[in-house]
Every structure is written in structure tokens, then in C-alpha cells.
Design a protein around this ligand. Structure first.
Ligand code: ATP
Ligand code: MG
Length: 658
């Protein structure tokens, strides 16, 4: 049975002619030519790109090896070094170009050129080498967002060490689990970090994590002095500045096989126990670069800013690796979007003349709410004329939030690339190409050239366009996940389930394709699909209908078991204004129920609406619907909420309006 679609979007924004004329992919014909080339000679398509974009120490002769499917190998007999591809190659051409414009939480600014960055990476790599770390060793990186985090990742890549970055907001317990699973030999951290004007400890969490036991693999802890706060110390610890003191600032890159793991990244855990997603070197970097080129249309003169922390995949592909490999100038921001006020992003775009800006729907929705209450933080208050391209990632963007982003931030001038992808896909898999693709609010539009992605039913059969079903990728692609570290069986059963025939990569999201254009709309995760009176509904459309109401800033919808209907619809709503109570709350509930009834039909009307000042989110800003499901049923929350950003909000959301 397929997932029903109830919300219809008719607005279309054709690519701007001036934008298209300078774009890397300049028309739909060109886009189709690329897709056609991949369809005719799939391996040749990727092999050509890999020869064009990567610098090989030893060229590959084999493109794709499927002998041990679904454990695929790309370019397997080639050798290269990822860090050399990001840094060394620029030394001859753009040594003095700014690689990073770093803005600290407190507003301090520091610029780093490609040459500076190269030397910093080399020197730190020499430091790591002096600890006897060798190719293949796993290294946990638990650092604040900033230059050092990028240096640490690049230095690992330079030596063939496999990094696993843990976001600086994660708990000691998350660190403990990840250290054990990865068998990490070293941890790179800092004494503390600055966030939103506060000084927070960091090393302390590592100490606590290690004290929880099972971390005997750890031999070294390198500590960057960031805040100067007091830290515990033992013989395993060494200060970053002591480690690099007197070390040479050049360091021969260690060549690795194309398939050598570049990193492990544990997924955020919106859906349960974290998985150590393992990525390759060559295939991964190739796609990071090519998406920088075709999706972000990156140009030498661009000032590019991706707001993601390097603790997420977005910060790996679109901060640490893609932009550097392409020789771009990028802004790196230590702080949070709401400090010192909710105008920070817009102010920074103005200050640094950002031209390409990439952020998450959750940030956009919260800044809409803030800008409505304090006009001095509204984008209109700033000069955003430098922008030429906008992007989003992480969750479906509701059409109304998309329109706000387009009009208020982009000045009706900048294309928006709504990029659908996952930790596991390494880079964009569905996205508009800004010079080619007509944009539709709320739709991530079309497959990235070469990515064979589609919608199927629960038996793996193709669905005709217009039917909602499971999003799958039909052919292996270079930047795909290689395995789940330590758990190849889970890799197979999670991503290549036997129910679908074992050949299709299952993304875990529901999607539908437009009957005319083939545009994809993501309907929400398949674990979250509601079943109301025999109708299967995705969460995204009901949420988008609610957000389209002028009162609503954000919403999350879940199902609750219902004796007759199967499931009833429970909606959690954050208003743009204050959280309503009493009679006012009841009035708004009635208004919103009617609204949804009119927008998408009576079947989707929420049976219950609850109000909060915010929604429970992961540290990466994604709504945690599994918690909301438990709350709807009136269950106590006993599951792991260590990745939850704002636990206090759960108390508000326990209360039905009555
Ligand atoms: P976990 O797998 O541990 O639950 P996660 O899926 O949130 O965590 P990510 O890999 O960062 O971790 O996120 C990928 C998911 O984010 C996608 O599967 C999809 O649900 C959602 N997503 C990302 N980009 C988009 C987008 N442009 N439109 C709709 N959904 C998106
Ligand atoms: Mg996921």
C-alpha cells in the first residue's frame, strides 16, 4: 500500500536567466544530457569525473567492483590522499587566497589562507605522528566548531587515520559508546568551548566518558587550550601546543587506497542506537567536490557559508572537505544563530559579503519566529545583497518556510537548493541544480546526475509517479556508505533489506514524485507514517499545512493508537507568538483544526493539538518524533534522550489542551 499525498503545491520558480548564463549546469537540456550520459555508461560517467576532479597518486583502472554486493568498491586500485587533494594542490595556484574566515562566538574574526592552513595541518599531522599513530588507527575528535576541528580532521586524513567526529554538544555517555565502538586510539578535544556567550566544558565529558569504562583502547588525549578553564590531567594527556612545538610544518601525505576509510560518523540517533557510518576516501571526496560544483555552483570569487557544525555529515562534506578541495573561501562560525540575537546570521552575511549560504530548515523556522517578534533581527534589517544562492538540508522544508527564505532572505532573487541527502549518501542525492531546475517550494526536485533514485512499494516494485512510497537508490554510487563499522549484518539489513529484494538501497524516507515533472517531495520518515482510518499519511504534509497558518512557526505531527481509526493525529505546535493557555488555546485549537481540514481534508485534521515554546530536537535541530509519540500515548520517557537538545520542553508538551 502506498502513502497518500494530500497537499498540493502549484508555485514554480524558473531559473533566473542571468544566474543560468553563468552556472556550471546552465539549462535543463544540460542537466538531461548529464543524466543521459550516466544512463548510457554508468561506470564511464563516474570514472570520467574521478579523473577530472581528483588528483591520483596511482591512477585507478577498475571503476566499480560489485563482486561482494552490497559491499561495493569504487576506483579500488587507485591511490590518493584526501588532504593533498584539499590543500597541497592549491599551493602552486592560490596559496594566499583566504580558505577560512573564522568568526568566533564573541565576534572575533580570523582569516586563514590556503598556505597557512596547509602548514597548520602538516604541523599537527607531525604531532600526531610523534604519538606513533599509524594508518588505519581510529581517532575521536571532540572539538568546538572552528579552525582546529578542520585542522584535526585534515591531519588525520593526511596520515590515513580514520577520524570520528563527535559533536561538541554530545554527552559523556555518547562519547563512551562511540570510543568503544570505534576502538579509538586517541581523542582530540579542548578544555572547553564558547557557545552563545557561555563557557562550557568539553574535556570533562571525555574524562567522564572514559571513566564509564571499556575505553582501554585510548592511549592519548590531545587537548587544545581554548578557554583556559581548569582541567583534570594524567599521563595520557598532552596539550595541542606542546604536541606541535618544534614540529616541521611540512608533512608528506600518506597515500591510501581509494577505498581506505576516511572517517566513521555516528548518525544523530533520531531513530535509535547510533550507527557508525563508514565512508571511503576517493568516492566520498569525488561527490563532495562535484556537488560543490553543480549544486552550489561554486566559483573562485564566492564567499561560501555552510552553517553546519563539523560534528554532522554536512560539516564533513560541505565544510571540511568539499569547499577546500574546490579552493573556495568559506566562513566558519563558532557560535549559534540566536546569539547575541536572532539577527546573527543576517549580520554575518552582510559583514562577510556571503554569496552562497547553506543552512537547515530548523534554523530558518526559528529565525522566522524571532524576526516576527523583534524586527531588528529580521533579515529586512540587513543588506543581504551579496547573496546569490541559498540552500537547505536536514529536514523537509515546509513550503511557507521556503517562501519566507526565498523572499525575505534571498530577496526574490536567489535560487534555493533544497538538498536531500543523508549521512549514508555522503553528499546530495536529490537537489535542484540552480541554473537548470525549476524550483517548487517544499520539493527537493530531481536526482543529482548519476544518482539512480526512485520511489517503490513495500515489495520493491516501481511505483508510477503520483504514488507515495519508499525512497530507494537503485545503483551503487561512489560516495555511498561502505558499511556500518563492526556491524556488516546491520548494514545489509538496514539498507538493503531482503523484503525489497536485497538490491535496492533503502533510504528510510517516504517520498512521492510529481506526475508531470517527476519532482520528488519527501513525505517524512517511513517509521513515522500515520495510519488513519486506512489512509497512510506522511507527517510532512500535515505539518506543512499547519505551518502555512499565519499563527504557526513550527509543528510536529505523530500518530496515537485509536480504537476505531487505527491511529489518531496528534499535532504539537509552536506559535510565532506566545504559547497560548486556557480559552485562547481552545480557540486556536479549533481554528487550526478547521484550517487543516480546509487545506488538506478532514482525514488529516488533528484530533489533538498541544502547544510548546519549542519542540524536542536533536542537537542537529531535527524534531524527535519518537519522543512525541511516547508523550502522545502518555508514556513516561525512558528511552535515551542524551542527544536531545532541550529536555525541559517535554513537560509542556505532556499537557493536552482542555
Ligand atoms: P538517524 O539516521 O540516526 O535517525 P538522521 O537520519 O537524522 O539520524 P542524517 O543522516 O543527518 O541523520 O539525516 C538524514 C535524514 O534527514 C534524511 O533521511 C531525511 O529524513 C532528512 N533530510 C535531509 N535532508 C532533507 C531534505 N532536503 N528534505 C527532506 N528531508 C531531508
Ligand atoms: Mg538517518
Amino acid at each position: 500500500m502506498s502513502i497518500e499525498s494530500v497537499l498540493h503545491e502549484h508555485r514554480v520558480f524558473a531559473p533566473d536567466k542571468a544566474f543560468a548564463s553563468q552556472a556550471a549546469v546552465a539549462s535543463m537540456q544540460e542537466y538531461q544530457r548529464l543524466c543521459q550520459a550516466a544512463a548510457e555508461d554508468y561506470e564511464g560517467f563516474w570514472a570520467n569525473l574521478a579523473r577530472e576532479l581528483l588528483i591520483w597518486h596511482k591512477p585507478f583502472t577498475k571503476t566499480l567492483n560489485q563482486d561482494n554486493a552490497p559491499f561495493f568498491k569504487w576506483f579500488e586500485d587507485g591511490e590518493l590522499n584526501v588532504s593533498a587533494n584539499c590543500l597541497d594542490k592549491h599551493l602552486a595556484t592560490i596559496p594566499n587566497k583566504t580558505a577560512i574566515i573564522f568568526e568566533a562566538d564573541n565576534g572575533d574574526i580570523k582569516n586563514v589562507t590556503y598556505k597557512d592552513l596547509y602548514h597548520q595541518v602538516c604541523q599537527f599531522a607531525n604531532g600526531l605522528k610523534s604519538l606513533q599513530l599509524v594508518k588505519g588507527d581510529r581517532v575521536i575528535i571532540y572539538l568546538p566548531m572552528g579552525i582546529e576541528a578542520i585542522v584535526a580532521m585534515q591531519a588525520c586524513a593526511r596520515l590515513g587515520l580514520i577520524h570520528s567526529v563527535v559533536f561538541g554538544g554530545f554527552s559523556a555517555k555518547s562519547l563512551n559508546e562511540r570510543i568503544i565502538d570505534a576502538g579509538a586510539v586517541a581523542v582530540i578535544t579542548s578544555d572547553g568551548q564558547y557557545r552563545g556567550g557561555k563557557t562550557l566544558p568539553l574535556k570533562q565529558a571525555v574524562d567522564e566518558g572514559i571513566a564509564m569504562g571499556g575505553c582501554d583502547s585510548v592511549r592519548h588525549m590531545v587537548v587544545f587550550k581554548k578557554t583556559g578553564q581548569a582541567v583534570a590531567w594524567d599521563d595520557q594527556c598532552i596539550w595541542w601546543h606542546d604536541l606541535i612545538a618544534g614540529k616541521d610544518d611540512t608533512c608528506e601525505p600518506v597515500m591510501v587506497d581509494a577505498e581506505h576509510p576516511l572517517f566513521l560518523l555516528y548518525t544523530s540517533g533520531s531513530t535509535g542506537k547510533p550507527k557508525g557510518v563508514q565512508h571511503s576516501s576517493a568516492g566520498y571526496l569525488l561527490h563532495a567536490m562535484n556537488t560543490m560544483r553543480w549544486t552550489f555552483d561554486i566559483k573562485p570569487e564566492d564567499i561560501y557559508w555552510c552553517t553546519a557544525d563539523v560534528g554532522w555529515i554536512t560539516g564533513h562534506s560541505y565544510v571540511t572537505y568539499g569547499p577546500l578541495a574546490m579552493g573556495a573561501t568559506q566562513v566558519v562560525f563558532e557560535g549559534i544563530p540566536t546569539f547575541p540575537n536572532a539577527g546573527r546570521f543576517w549580520e554575518m552575511i552582510q559583514r562577510h559579503q556571503v554569496s552562497v549560504f547553506y543552512t537547515a530548515p530548523t534554523a530558518i523556522r526559528s529565525l522566522i519566529k524571532a524576526g516576527e517578534t523583534d524586527f531588528t533581527t529580521h533579515p529586512n534589517h540587513f543588506d543581504l545583497g551579496s547573496l546569490r544562492l541559498l540552500g537547505t538540508v536536514g529536514e523537509p522544508i515546509n513550503p511557507e518556510a521556503w517562501m519566507w527564505y526565498y523572499e525575505q532572505v534571498g530577496g526574490n532573487r536567489c535560487p534555493i537548493v533544497d538538498t536531500f541527502w543523508q549521512t549514508e549518501t555522503g553528499g546530495h542525492v536529490i537537489t535542484p541544480l540552480p541554473g537548470a531546475t525549476p524550483l517548487v517550494p517544499g520539493s527537493c526536485t530531481l536526482p543529482f546526475p548519476g544518482i539512480d533514485i526512485d520511489v517503490v512499494d513495500e515489495a520493491g516494485n516501481d511505483l508510477a509517479w503520483g504514488n507515495g512510497g519508499l525512497l530507494v537508490i537503485k545503483k551503487p554510487w561512489p560516495s555511498m556508505i561502505r558499511t556500518i563499522y563492526n556491524d556488516p549484518e546491520r548494514y545489509k539489513s538496514s539498507y538493503f533489506p531482503a523484503e525489497l529484494g536485497g538490491q535496492l538501497y533503502l533510504a528510510g524516507d517516504g517520498a512521492i514524485r510529481d506526475t508531470e515533472t517527476g519532482n520528488f517531495t519527501i513525505m517524512g520518515r517511513i517509521d513515522d507514517v500515520l495510519n488513519v482510518s486506512g489512509h497512510r499519511l506522511g507527517t510532512m504534509e500535515i505539518e506543512s499545512a499547519l505551518v502555512a497558518n499565519h499563527l504557526v512557526a513550527e509543528s510536529a505531527v505523530v500518530g496515537k493508537p485509536h480504537p476505531i481509526k487505527g491511529e489518531s493525529v496528534v499535532a504539537y505546535v509552536v506559535l510565532k507568538g506566545k504559547r497560548p493557555e486556557g480559552e485562547e488555546a481552545k480557540k486556536i485549537v479549533a481554528e487550526l483544526r478547521d484550517w487543516v481540514g480546509k487545506e488538506i481534508g478532514p482525514i488529516a485534521k488533528p484530533d489533538e493539538i498541544r502547544f510548546g515554546d519549542n519542540l524536542p530536537k536533536t542537537r542537529s535541530g531535527k524534531i524527535m518524533r519518537r519522543l512525541l509519540r511516547s508523550l502522545a500515548k502518555g508514556e513516561e520517557i525512558t528511552s535515551d534522550i542524551s542527544t536531545l537538545d532541550n529536555p525541559a520542553i517535554l513537560d509542556q508538551l505532556k499537557q493536552p489542551v482542555n
